[in-house]
Design a binder for this molecule. Structure first.
Ligand code: NDP
Ligand code: HSE
Length: 437
């Protein structure tokens, strides 16, 4: 029987999830994989903190470099998060001949190329299934299941926290603040939840998926990113009335020689399967030229689902270690050195239908000013609603759905409308995904 020694950096939500999975399932896994799995070293920030898992205190250190430099560690599991010192730790682990499993999408989105090349140069392995969509095996699906395809498009609901918040607001009328608190208590949110609600975590994940699926280095800064913090219960209600649900959507699709890569709230037809992915569930829709459109759905965050994905990578790598062939496999489909950069299309070139909510006074000439400015920029209105008349001339909401338009044209029209000073608040713009072409 083989013996696989694990060094774990971080014993928070995910790290404790891994330790608990091993405690409960370790001997069954040993039998199934003909190898024992033991945590031989663990690093945390505060060694005195109480933990949700039982880990031998004698193996715990406050210096994460103790883990990557420990000769009694075969696989380093990095579940600490952040860019630094995580980057240096992973590069050191690779240099020391250790394979790596990480859940750190932020690190991969920003420093992926450096890490992929370092592990290939060192002849070690890198697993990052846990970095995107929790338990949903989307990395494995792209790397192996759809390996024969040219991937055309990836769409995803890939942040559990924001999906949880939007679902609670939509289905139960919960407030944004209460729903966020619940998501944090359930262990879904990042250490800084701004990453979740401002779309940054989703952008990290789509960068990782796009880099893998489209076999290209991705410049993370080129991904247009917008979060859910400006959405109001009124927008959520209006979306329902028009037959849509609002989701924080990640998009990466080929458009000619470019890649359309963006993250923003989107209206999705209520009848689309993605519209019914609620709570902390994630969904990833992958379109391959031969496979067609496939959708994977499952728990996208939390201790158990993420530990499941971390251990999937550990078992995959361990299987090759036991047979002496570990390190022969690139973390990407095509080795990092052979990948070709693709231009990311600026968001201004996006073509979409749009939901617009103007906050304007209810008086003659206002509607003409709005529709005139839109018309001058070639934006055609598909439908419009104005609700009630407010006492004392308070602004009302005028909601319009447009036909397909180019984003740059829309921005020009909105700038003109803002210039007239008729709007009492910035106009809400939500893209409609999968509407008319
Ligand atoms: P937590 O904040 O719960 O845990 C982080 C752990 O890392 C803590 O144990 C912390 O120590 C330790 N740590 C932080 N800095 C250092 C340091 N400098 N040296 C040693 N240890 C350190 O985070 P999560 O478990 O939620 O997330 C971990 C990673 O997994 C992140 O990259 C996250 O994005 C990713 N992830 C999280 C998911 C989730 O659902 N939570 C899902 C998928 C990925 P201490 O406990 O002493 O503070
Ligand atoms: N904070 C992340 C989320 C964790 O809510 O999806 C899973 O990556």
């Amino acid at each position: 029987m083989g013996s696989i020694r694990l060094g774990i950096i971080g014993l928070g939500v995910v790290g404790c999830g891994v330790a608990n999975l091993l405690r409960e399932r370790g001997s069954a896994l040993a039998t199934r994989f003909n190898a024992s799995f033991t945590i031989t070293r663990a690093a945390v920030k505060d060694v005195k903190k109480s933990r949700d898992a039982e880990v031998d205190p004698s193996i715990i250190t406050a210096d994460p470099f103790d883990v990557v430099n420990d000769p009694n560690v075969d696989i380093v599991i990095e579940v600490m998060g952040g860019e630094n010192p995580a980057l240096e730790l992973l590069l050191t682990a690779a240099k020391n001949g250790k394979s790596i499993v990480t859940a750190n999408k932020r690190l991969l989105a920003i420093h992926g190329e450096k890490i992929y090349r370092a592990v290939e140069d060192a002849g070690v392995e890198l697993g990052f299934e846990a970095a995107v969509a929790g338990a949903v095996p989307v990395i494995g699906a792209i790397k192996t299941g759809f390996a024969a395809n040219r991937i055309e498009a990836i769409h995803g609901i890939i942040n559990g926290t924001s999906n949880y918040i939007l679902s609670r607001m939509t289905l139960e009328g919960k407030s944004y603040a209460d729903a966020l608190k619940e998501a944090q208590a359930l262990g879904y949110a990042e250490a800084d939840p701004t990453f979740d609600v401002e779309g940054i975590d989703t952008a990290h994940k789509i960068a990782v998926l796009a880099s893998l699926g489209f076999e290209t280095p991705i410049n993370f800064g080129s991904i247009y990113t917008e979060g859910i913090t400006r959405l109001t219960p009124e927008d959520i209600g209006m979306a329902r009335e028009f037959g849509y649900r609002i989701k924080l959507l990640a998009v990466a699709k080929r458009v000619g020689d470019s890649l359309d890569a963006r993250v923003h709230p989107a209206m999705i037809l209520a009848s689309h399967p993605m519209a019914n992915v609620n709570g902390a569930l994630n969904a990833v829709e992958i379109k391959g030229d031969f496979a067609g459109v496939n959708m994977l759905v499952g728990p996208g965050a939390g201790a158990g689902p993420t530990a499941s994905a971390v251990m999937a990578d550990v078992l995959d790598i361990a299987g090759r270690m036991v047979h002496g062939v570990a390190g022969k496999r690139s973390p990407m489909i095509t080795p990092a050195s052979k990948r070709v950069p693709i231009r990311i299309r600026p968001v201004d070139e996006t073509r979409s239908q749009y939901y617009l909510r103007f906050s304007v006074p209810d008086r003659p000439g206002v509607m003409a000013a709005l529709s005139g400015a839109l018309g001058e920029s070639k934006i055609s209105i598909a439908s419009m609603i104005q609700r009630g008349r407010k006492e004392g001339g308070a602004p009302v909401s005028v909601v319009m759905m447009t036909h397909v338009a180019v984003e740059a044209d829309l921005r020009r029209a909105l700038a003109k409308i803002e210039g007239t000073k008729i709007c009492a608040a910035p106009t809400m713009v939500i893209r409609i995904e999968g509407g008319e072409e």
